[in-house]
Design a protein around this ligand. Structure first.
Ligand code: SAM
Ligand code: SF4
Length: 355
């Protein structure tokens, strides 16, 4: 007999409510089921990509950041509420000390079948060290962000990144059996002459490739995002001058629209948050490393989950706070890049919400 049936047979109303609450999935006001949680496990990074951070970033004091134990408890609460996919991001998730402890802990949900996928997005610098461990913990796929195959440009974009180290990391991931997806931010005047090379390389290596439109996030100083903005409709046009792209119905639970490149056989994704609205199928929420839950990447409304997490050992309190937050998930976002508001609508850095 299920716990629910048992509580029902006993006429145990209070318990029944509790059991039902515990198993009811997270559904937002627009009937979207929340099944995907992205978790920024740190705001720190060993790179300083020009579109993401200023060079002299100030990072959060340690007490503000959730401990690994707290992250485990919070992620596990989401899994208990029906989240099927967890993506660790940052900052760079692999620069957080003892991060493998968190992957190991969370992998128990893969073993139990509660979780379908545990994965991460990284700049790749630490994959040489960690790919084998990640594969051993049930991680099957990894997203690696690299916008260029030119070592000098790579140094200019990431400021502190070492191209060779990332290439070695990607090779280690492949050798460990991880499926690699490359994320490249489309930057006018920076990597617009390299998109064909990226397609060829990913095709040769067997990697999926996703292009991301640059988004107006946070104050990064220096050049404006408007100058770098390159709509993916134009990028796609450029690709089609050389490759045959056929739209496919491939879904990874993310907002990318995919096409198959006939010549390489590889998949190419396009994430166009500014020019295309994908909100109606949004199944995700984002947790920062301080325990703030953002219900939408493009909106400021957020819920503090750190207080209920730290105030009480009772997971019911935490679950109630999560449900309350989901009940406020907005219908869509309001990103705007125009000449009057070049900083964009969001003052948050991508390294806070994890992209
Ligand atoms: N450090 C990891 C990495 O670079 O993959 C994970 C965090 S990073 C914030 C996640 C993704 O956001 C990366 O693919 C990065 O290129 C992208 N990103 C950062 N700032 C962005 C921006 N302003 N517009 C679009 N994508 C951005
Ligand atoms: Fe670090 Fe990723 Fe931001 Fe680059 S995009 S600075 S690698 S967090």
């Amino acid at each position: 007999m299920t716990e629910t049936a048992a509580a029902g047979q006993r006429g145990d109303r209070g318990n029944l409510d509790k059991v039902n609450a515990a198993i009811a999935p997270l559904i937002d006001p627009f009937q979207r089921q929340i099944s995907y949680l992205r978790v920024s496990v740190t705001d720190r990074c060993d790179f300083r990509c020009v579109y993401c951070m200023s060079e002299d970033m100030t990072f959060l004091p340690k007490r503000e950041v959730l401990s690994l134990e707290e992250l485990d408890r919070l992620c596990s609460a989401f899994v208990g509420l029906g989240v099927r996919k967890l993506r660790m991001t940052g900052g760079d998730p692999l620069v957080r000390r003892d991060i493998m402890w968190l992957f190991r802990r969370l992998s128990r949900h893969l073993d139990s079948g509660a979780l379908e996928e545990l994965t991460l997005t990284t700049n790749g610098s630490q994959l040489g060290r960690f790919s084998q461990d990640l594969a051993a913990m049930g991680v099957k796929r990894v997203n690696v962000s690299i916008d260029t195959l030119d070592p000098d440009k790579f140094a200019a974009i990431t400021r502190w990144g070492r191209f060779e180290q990332v290439m070695e990391g990607i090779a280690a991931a492949k050798a460990a059996g991880l499926a690699v997806k490359i994320n490249a931010v489309a930057l006018k005047g920076v990597n617009d002459d390299e998109v064909h090379k990226l397609v060829q390389w990913c095709g040769d290596e067997g990697f999926d490739l996703t292009f991301i439109e640059v988004m107006p996030m946070g104050d990064i100083g220096g050049e404006t995002r408007l100058d770098q903005y390159w709509p993916l409709s134009m990028l796609r046009g450029e690709l089609e001058s050389r490759w045959t792209l056929e739209d496919i119905d491939y879904k990874t639970g993310g907002p990318a629209r995919y096409a198959r490149c006939r010549e390489t056989g590889g998949r190419i994704g396009f994430i166009t948050p500014l020019t295309h609205n994908f909100c109606e199928s949004c199944n995700r929420v984002r947790l920062t490393c301080t325990g703030t839950l953002y219900m939408c990447l493009g909106q400021e409304d957020a819920a503090d989950l750190r207080a209920p997490l730290r105030d009480s050992d009772d997971d019911a309190v935490l679950e109630a706070a999560i449900r309350d937050a989901i009940s406020r998930k907005p219908k869509g976002h309001d990103f705007i890049i125009d000449r009057r508001r070049q900083q964009g609508v969001s003052s948050r850095h991508m390294s806070v919400t994890g992209g």
